[in-house]
Design a protein around this ligand. Sequence first.
Ligand SMILES: Cc1cc2nc3c(=O)[nH]c(=O)nc-3n(C[C@H](O)[C@H](O)[C@H](O)COP(=O)(O)OP(=O)(O)OC[C@H]3O[C@@H](n4cnc5c(N)ncnc54)[C@H](O)[C@@H]3O)c2cc1C
Length: 465
Amino acid sequence: MNQGFDLVIVGAGPGGLAAAVTAKSAGMSVLVLNEQEHVGGQIYHSLEHVREENKATLGEDYLCGQKLISEFRSSAAEYIQGATVLDIDPNRYVCYAKGEKTYSVKAKQVIISTGSMERPVPIPGWTKPGVMGAASVDVLFKQADLVPSGNVVLAGSGPLLLLVACHLVDNGVKISAILDSSNYANYAKSIPYLPGAMQKSDYLIKGLQMLWKIRKSGVKFIHGVKNIEALGDGQLSSVKYTKNGKTREIQTGLLLLHEGVVPNTQLSRAIGCEHEWYDMHRYWKPVIDEWGQSSVESVSLVGDCSGVYGAKVAEYSGYIAGLNVAFQTGLITENERSVKASPHFLAKKKEMTIRPFIDSVYRPNRGMYVPDTPETIVCRCEEVKLRDIQAAIDIGYNLPLTVKNETRSGMGRCQGRMCGLTIAEILVDELDKSPEEIGYYSVRPMIKPVTLAQLGNMSITKNQS
Ligand SMILES: Cc1cc2nc3c(=O)[nH]c(=O)nc-3n(C[C@H](O)[C@H](O)[C@H](O)COP(=O)(O)OP(=O)(O)OC[C@H]3O[C@@H](n4cnc5c(N)ncnc54)[C@H](O)[C@@H]3O)c2cc1C
């Protein structure tokens, strides 16, 4: 019998896998808990099972993940898939649900690598069947080889929107239009960051290639679009928007929205990590040091859940945090940690030179992520509308938590993941305060819904055999 694990990692994307490989090779006992049914996270989703004929479409950025996945598979780290981590208590008992049961496992160190999620885009009609996140469609393609049929409209901005559009083009999907919500002013504001971005000119070239492919395919790229609405009686039937003061409408059965991705902070919040506001992309991220160590003892964060910098940075951060936890457990010296981490710090630094430019060009558009029509649903689980939030603010509720208590926003199935940022932005606008003054929901365990069967089958496994 051993007393739990030296290290429990939450998430098997590039960040979690790299941390597992490193810590395991340093001699730690490692358990990786992953909610999805496969390793690889969002970017390398289903890579181990991808169909041969889809490889060309998904490209080298996807296929290169096989190396890391193979290293993980041969590392002998223990791995449980379909395991949703619900809580980590102050003594580092990691509680997770799998199937009909709930388990608790003791860890000396925890690394959280739960990735990011698409920023919710609460335009009028966004909850209608037929409206989806654009990146989710890519996940369906990777996972189940599914591609949409009929005419598709994409709306929003960001590199992932372009990537999804390219995949749709490659798959022969008819795109009626891409409604580009980006603000022209962003391009001018991004010029100071261009010299830094040139150090990763391969990304700039990839971006231009994606734009070229979309143009060459004849897809209409409509810039300067505002006031996007999803219309239809029950089901989506058309998309309305304005451009240069004129209103237009496109018939479609599928609208794919995207306004960037934001860190998945439910777990880091639930366990009390300190968070800071990243204004350029209007999201909260946990405060961590250069090794990924959070403000909570023996809990580190790597990858997109600690700030959205992409798959490569997630991987380098995973190696760095893996070395740090090995040092903290006494398996390597401080000097070994520094020597081994040095190439990863260098690679990470180089990789990050592109970020200020990308973040500046693709700043999220306020008109897309803060609703301004009273009937727009803000909290989709509890069907709370903007007017309900405004009414709560009018009678004096001035914090996300008190608005939640009054309106039930954030009390539904997603536990505020989908409306947390939006509610805070509405409060920022209505009360003319800063995001720091407004704050965020208090996220409490369990961070995801638990079934009665799981509650009834709770097994506190302090020891692993
Ligand atoms: C929908 C979506 C699609 C994306 N597609 C691409 C793409 O095609 N190309 C690209 O360059 N970038 C893509 N990104 C961005 C990309 O996710 C990251 O840059 C990269 O994958 C980050 O790696 P990570 O290890 O931080 O997290 P991820 O790769 O997101 O991995 C996180 C893992 O944590 C698991 N997890 C989350 N919560 C829990 C929990 N409570 N308990 C247990 N496990 C949990 C998830 O199941 C997942 O396996 C996408 C992002 C999203 C949101």
